[in-house]
Design a protein around this ligand. Structure first.
Ligand code: NDP
Ligand code: 8X3
Length: 250
């Protein structure tokens, strides 16, 4: 199985790359931080008998996405699974005081970036007559919460896109799955709060959040169902989180 994972330099994407690598699958890993991509490639190829290709690009830039995919070798164009994971939250503010740059980063990455790469890869999958697109949504794509406005909107867009991609790609033997996690401790909150690590830690204070490995295992399981089975949609939460905002803390 050849698996392309966007946003593999950290968090859920990195854990997913490690799990697929451990099980012998070749990978294409993407992200903007080239040093981390190279380091991960070395680590994965040293510890496992697999081939890892790195693609360093900003998923918000259509030309960068298209060039990176166009330059793949014929062998690397036979992608079996696309994990649309690259994404972020930026800020947590009421709509009337939202930071426009934050809004644009989220919309351009979580919605437009996901669209750019999905268009490019689904055309390769159509040529190969099979494929599986796994979109990482969020509980924020199923509910909204105070000050989550634009992040929630982008993840609701991922929810809608997963449903409509499934219809559009049905005739082409391409599965589409959405995985919607609650709180996962990664660099997510550090990014959301512009590098403020203390503020980020408070998000998970007094509770056991999900680990990126929990989502990686879910992605791996979904990707390994038999050809006649597709998992449409999963919501996966920490046991102590009932909804986006109902959590039990010690
Ligand atoms: P991390 O911040 O740890 O990882 C985010 C990844 O996305 C990084 O590898 C980053 O790579 C990549 N990325 C971000 N922006 C871009 C860009 N413009 N171009 C290319 N790659 C980009 O966060 P998570 O692992 O938590 O997040 C992964 C996904 O999971 C996101 O879609 C997030 O919305 C979703 N999610 C996270 C939850 C959580 O609580 N953590 C819960 C629900 C969903 P680089 O910076 O190198 O470009
Ligand atoms: C990340 C989970 O609850 O911070 O998608 O929106 S939440």
């Amino acid at each position: 199985m050849l698996v392309l994972i966007t946003g593999a330099t950290s968090g859920i994407g990195k854990s997913t790359a490690e799990l697929f690598a451990k099980n012998g699958h070749d990978l294409i890993i993407t992200g903007r931080r080239e040093d981390r991509l190279k380091e991960l490639k070395t680590q994965l190829e040293t510890n496992n008998k697999i081939k890892v290709t790195t693609l360093c690009f900003d998923i918000r830039e259509l030309s960068e996405v298209e060039n990176a995919i166009a330059k793949l070798s014929a062998e690397n164009k036979k992608i079996d699974v696309l994990v649309n994971n690259a994404g972020l939250a930026a800020g947590l503010s009421a709509i009337q005081s939202g930071n426009i740059d934050h809004w644009e980063r989220m919309i351009d990455t979580n919605v437009k970036g996901l669209l750019y790469i999905s268009r490019a890869i689904s055309n390769l999958m159509i040529e190969n007559k099979k494929g599986h697109i796994i979109n990482i949504g969020s509980i924020a794509g199923k509910e909204v919460y105070a000050n989550g406005n634009v992040y929630c909107a982008t993840k609701h867009a991922v929810d809608a896109l997963s449903k409509s991609m499934r219809i559009d790609l049905l005739a082409h033997n391409i599965k589409v799955t959405a995985i919607n996690p609650g709180m996962v401790e990664t660099e997510f909150s550090i990014v959301r709060f512009d590098g403020d690590e203390d503020k980020a830690k408070k998000v998970y204070a007094g509770l056991q959040p999900l680990k990126p490995e929990d989502i990686a295992e879910t992605i791996y399981w979904v990707a390994h169902r038999p050809p006649h089975v597709n998992i449409n949609d999963i919501i996966i939460m920490p046991t102590v989180q009932a909804t986006a905002t109902n959590v039990i803390r010690n």
